[in-house]
Write a protein that binds this ligand. Structure first.
Ligand code: HEC
Ligand code: HEC
Length: 240
């Protein structure tokens, strides 16, 4: 009787010892960033999003540090489902379990947010990126970006991601990913959108109304608002 109990208990302990390391490995967001998920196809995030999570702006690899956890989770599920297409991130997100997605999203959301450099925000000159960002172009039904993305593009809540300090090339790529191109003589079918995960097609409508030059200008405007050298100012991250 006692010996059966002993065998059962030791079997239980042996089982726990077997699963514990995998569990703690899989569910620790910081570990996933550095070593990837339990499935080797879920490559370490730091190799592209940088060890500090600030991304690699010139390569178009976005900053993840300080983005809302719910937004990061949504993007990873959208890559998995294919409503957002990217060859690198589709493979990686599909190899992550839902528990790993929650853990890594939480870990990135706890990293410092971008320290917005508001000093560059002057009175906008018509036709510039700053003008589109702060005033929009209502004659073409383009609302000002700050209406949804917050003052200076710092982001609002879980649904409206920060644009300030994000890689300009990455922002440009996203707007072009939403903007389908009309068929041309060379490309009879045009270029279908590779991103269609925005609620109610909000961003798709806006991106489609912007010219490529406007896309570049507004992406550079927001990207260059990033990472002021002064200490982080929490007051810039609230709606005024
Ligand atoms: C091999 C390079 C690479 C690796 C490794 C990688 N990523 Fe990415 N990631 C990218 C690229 C490139 C994009 C931008 C895709 C696009 O343009 O749509 C991206 C975009 C994202 C986005 C969308 C950000 C936004 O603002 O919408 C999230 C979230 C993300 N990655 C999370 C992760 C996580 C978590 C890991 C680690 C498990 C990871 N990535 C590993 C290259 C990588
Ligand atoms: C009506 C609200 C609204 C307005 C106005 C708006 N956006 Fe957005 N934007 C969103 C939402 C919602 C998302 C997140 C979509 C998703 O879940 O993937 C988004 C996402 C983005 C992204 C992707 C960010 C990332 O990290 O991947 C970019 C780039 C962007 N918006 C640029 C702009 C620009 C530039 C303007 C102004 C010309 C603008 N937005 C105006 C609602 C808006």
């Amino acid at each position: 009787m006692t010996s059966t109990l002993f065998i059962r208990t030791s079997k239980y302990i042996a089982y726990l010892c077997m699963i514990m390391p995998t569990l703690s490995f899989a569910l620790d967001g910081e570990t996933i960033m550095v070593h990837g998920g339990a499935n080797p196809a879920a490559m370490p995030c730091i190799s592209c999003h940088a060890p500090d999570g600030k991304g690699m702006p010139s390569a178009g690899f976005p900053r993840l540090a300080g983005l809302p956890a719910a937004y990061i989770e949504k993007q990873l599920y959208d890559f998995k489902s294919g409503s957002r297409k990217n060859p690198l991130m589709q493979g990686i997100s599909s190899a992550l379990t839902n528990e790993e997605i929650i853990a890594v999203a939480n870990a990135y959301s706890k990293r410092p947010k971008v320290n917005v450099n508001t000093k560059q925000t002057g009175l906008p000159v018509p036709g510039t990126g700053a003008w589109i960002a702060l005033r929009g172009e209502w004659s073409k039904n383009i609302p000002e970006c700050t209406l949804c993305h917050g003052p200076d593009g710092v982001g609002v809540g879980d649904s409206f991601p920060p644009l300030a300090g994000q890689s300009p090339l990455y922002l440009e790529n996203q707007l072009k990913a939403w903007k389908a191109e009309k068929p041309t003589a060379a490309n009879k079918k045009g270029v279908p959108p590779t991103r269609s995960n925005d609620p109610n097609g909000l961003m798709q409508h806006i991106a489609a109304s912007l010219t490529d030059a406007q896309i570049k200008a507004v992406s550079e405007y927001f990207g260059n608002l990033g990472d002021a050298t002064e200490p982080f100012d929490e007051s810039q991250h609230r709606l005024r």
